[in-house]
Design a protein around this ligand. Structure first.
Ligand code: ADP
Ligand code: MG
Length: 258
């Protein structure tokens, strides 16, 4: 970790994307600093640049201008080999779809990135078991993905992303394909990971329910950061919570226009 505890820093990130003849300004100068162990959410409407931002942070793509530091390393200046190394050692990725290898068991899926690590820090099988235990899947080690529920598959994916003890876990709509109850188990799993391993977790979502559970919430609109709040104390989030409580108790009803 860098000396001052910053796991991630971005400076004036801009990204232009071309769709045929049209150029889209997907990001218009995003500067963000995130400390070790933070549990951060990124919310914003569809098309606001959330996935683009996460891709740049994770070194999956290069910014048009601007910089990204991971653990003090400027990843916008690395060659492909060095970048791959930072990605493998410092960053875990979670996506909406779990991308598990269907022919492998949960245990084998999680052990795989440890077997392929350049410097092997852990015993693959032992580490995979520990991680699956942590995620509440100790009794599902030998199940294949098709024998697991969506929420269980996503927890296997989380275990796999943690295989080489990354400092930063990047999650793009991690509950996007899950029902409410599975979403809850996945959010709880991410919280457990952050608390027990002090991993920095960044969750991109367009779901207010998910967003209300993070410790720090940044809002992206049209490629720009427009808010950075603690949702536990923000007036707007408090209003959303109050509305939900009142709706749940029947004090407030939702009026559906005809
Ligand atoms: P979000 O994840 O918030 O829905 P994205 O980061 O996916 O938003 O997209 C931001 C903007 O960039 C949108 O206008 C989208 O249409 C555009 N965009 C995303 N990916 C591409 C691409 N590969 N080529 C061209 N435009 C893209
Ligand atoms: Mg997206």
């Amino acid at each position: 970790m860098s000396a001052n505890g910053l796991v991630l820093q971005t400076e004036n990130l801009q990204k232009e994307l071309k769709a045929g003849e049209v150029t889209v300004q997907a990001l218009r100068g995003v500067s963000l600093s995130v400390m070790r162990g933070e549990f951060l959410g990124v919310i914003g409407p569809s098309g606001s640049g959330k996935s683009t931002l996460l891709g740049l942070i994770g070194g999956l793509d290069n910014p048009t201008t601007g910089k990204v530091w991971i653990d003090g390393i400027d990843i916008t200046n690395l060659n492909e080999r060095a970048l791959t190394r930072v990605r493998n050692e410092k960053i875990g990725f979670i996506f909406q779809f779990f991308n598990l290898i269907p022919t492998l068991t949960a245990l084998e899926n999680v052990a795989l990135p440890i077997q392929f690590a350049r410097q092997r820090k852990f015993d693959p099988t032992k580490r995979a078991k520990e991680l699956l235990d942590l995620l509440g899947l100790g009794d599902r080690l030998h199940h294949r993905p098709t024998q697991l529920s969506g929420g269980q598959q996503q927890r296997v994916a989380i275990a796999r992303s943690l295989a080489n003890a990354p400092a930063l876990l990047l999650c793009d709509e991690p509950t996007g394909s899950l029902d409410t109850s599975s979403s809850e188990t996945v959010m709880k799993a991410l919280r457990d990971v952050q608390r027990s391993m002090n991993t920095t977790v960044i969750i991109v979502t367009h779901n207010m329910e998910i967003a209300s559970q993070v410790d720090r919430l940044v809002t992206l609109v049209d490629g720009q950061l427009v808010a950075d709040v603690d949702p536990h104390s923000s007036a707007q989030m408090a209003a959303v919570k109050l509305f939900k409580e009142k709706r749940a108790t029947g004090e407030m009803s939702v009026i559906h226009p005809k």
